[in-house]
Design a binder for this molecule. Structure first.
Ligand SMILES: [Zn+2]
Length: 509
């Protein structure tokens, strides 16, 4: 592929994606995602917003220290303290990038920044110069660019490139643009900004009207060569342009994009999608393009018949192209640790020696309960073991009684630092009784915001996965638990969430 047609994939799952309500990840979880993104072969990973919190700074640093494939970017407002924080966190990155931004639209200038055009321009130029003195790779984003006066935007882009920006990103911050209009804006920049060829044009589209991917593609057709996106399209509000959709459109419809393509290994799309969904607690809808559970399922008889006779009658992509195994039955009782570890790696998990040992033990136990083990079961085991939340409180015993003529009652015994605590409580149902008992032991008050039970794989003996979202002392956290018993899975998920309070940051700068 020649450089002209290379579309750079800038993944911001860890920054813009993590801003989805309740999707906060801690350092260890972010590292897991970053490693999976590196294996997916994205070009740039936006690891976070270092000034936002010490936790964010730490996570960006950990990712920058470890990865040596992709460029690692950190976000900064056009302020000295932000730029210094980003440069500090990226100090050991092999290929660092500072991503600086400042809003340019009239509505943001007037109401948010209360500054005139020339002041904004000066602040941006100074910020880029400051960042360029610390880092050779600088991206600049005029926030709300799609609602900025095009003439001013051109003047602005020219000035930041002159100051040293090597990538200029044109965000549709509020998801307001239409494809034709957004494409025309990119074309305008391409033709009217005299020094535009000194920088890469990037697109950044939110999904408020469901047009994020369409707008992104219009950007590419009009000269953009970097796209910003997230796994599963997660992001604030209605989300963001989905990486997997952009990659597969370019691959499947190459001819409509002048041969443009990405360097992404599409066979890793499904594993990464699952990893992100389980670490953030943000599930993928069944009918989601590319990575939804039903994306390759042919239910109608006519379709099934057609696909069996000739796959291309109804299938434009092969399941294997996106990493979906034809048969996802993988391992059994007699599989060895090596095969087990290999399969986990294939699914996107990097476990340490000790974690792998524990995971293998659990796998063996599960094999006794369940005849067939699916990828999803392995993922559930691995997720459970990634020491993502310190297990401060451990579940020792759980006894619940419920029924239509009894008062739901739960007795819970928890262990912390070797000491055992026990209490009992009633509730409207068995789950409420269980959480009330836990609250009494720990001495907390929580508000349960979401509670979901699903089956991890298929069959009667399937493991149940419970995801909870709750609020505790102003923090929004999620937790998950698995077990073949869903009440136990609920207790584990609840405790997992409670233990996460304080390990994730919840408020943005
Ligand atoms: Zn954004």
């Amino acid at each position: 592929m020649d450089a002209q047609n290379q579309i750079l994939i800038f993944d911001t799952t860890l920054r813009d994606g993590e801003q989805s309500p309740g999707a906060s990840m801690n350092r260890e979880e972010k590292l897991q995602v970053a490693r999976a993104l590196a294996r997916l072969k994205v070009d740039i990973i936006e690891a976070g917003f270092p000034i936002a919190s010490p936790g964010d700074w730490d996570a960006v640093k950990a990712i920058a220290d470890e990865l040596d494939g992709p460029v690692v970017a950190g976000l900064a407002r056009s302020l000295e303290k932000d730029i210094k924080a980003a440069a500090g966190a990226l100090k050991n990155a092999k290929r660092p990038r500072i991503h600086v931004f400042l809003a340019t639209s009239a509505i943001h200038r007037e109401f948010k920044l209360k500054k005139a055009k020339d002041e904004i321009l000066k602040q941006a130029v100074n910020a880029v110069k400051m960042a360029a003195a610390l880092c050779p790779d600088i991206e600049f984003s005029p926030e709300d660019a799609s609602r900025t006066e095009p003439d001013f935007l051109c003047e602005f882009v020219q000035a930041v490139i002159e100051a040293g920006a090597t990538t200029v990103n044109i965000p549709d911050t509020v998801g307001y643009a239409l494809p034709e209009q957004y494409g025309a804006l990119i074309r305008t920049l391409k033709t009217k900004v005299p020094n535009i060829n000194k920088a890469v044009i990037s697109v950044h589209c939110h999904n408020d009207l469901g047009l994020a991917v369409a707008n992104t593609l219009a950007g590419i057709q009009n000269g953009a060569r970097q796209v910003e996106c997230t796994i599963n399209g997660i992001g604030e509000r209605a989300g963001y342009a989905a990486l997997e959709e952009i990659v597969m459109v370019l691959r499947t419809r190459k001819e409509s994009f002048g041969g443009c393509n990405t360097g992404v290994d599409s066979s890793r799309l499904t594993p990464v999608s699952r990893l992100v969904s389980s670490l953030t607690g943000v599930h993928v809808q069944r009918n989601k393009a590319i990575v939804g559970e039903n994306a390759f399922a042919h239910e109608s008889g006519i379709h099934q018949d057609g696909v069996l006779k000739e796959r291309t009658t109804y299938e434009i992509m092969r399941p294997a192209d996106v990493g979906l195994e034809q048969s996802n039955l993988v391992l059994g009782k007699h599989s060895g640790k090596h095969a087990f570890g290999d399969q986990l790696k294939k699914l996107g998990y990097t476990l340490g020696e000790k974690e792998l040992e524990d995971a293998f033990e659990r796998f063996k136990t599960l094999c006794d309960k369940k005849k067939t083990i699916y990828d999803a079961d392995l993922e559930a085991i691995a997720d459970d073991l990634l020491e993502c939340a310190p297990a401060v409180w451990e579940l020792e015993l759980l006894q619940v009684s419920s029924g239509n003529k009894t008062v739901p009652t739960a007795t819970v015994r928890l262990k912390k630092d070797g000491k055992v605590y026990q209490d009992a409580a009633i509730g409207d149902g068995p789950i409420a009784a269980m959480t009330n008992a836990i609250d009494r032991i720990i001495g907390i008050k929580t508000k349960l915001l979401d509670f979901q039970v699903r089956s991890v794989s298929i069959g009667h003996e399937a493991q149940g996965e419970v995801d909870v979202k709750l609020e505790c002392g102003g923090a929004l956290v999620h937790g998950r638990g698995i077990s073949t018993d869903i009440i136990e899975a609920s207790a584990k998920a609840y405790l997992n969430a409670v233990c996460r309070v304080g390990t994730v940051k919840n408020k943005k700068a």
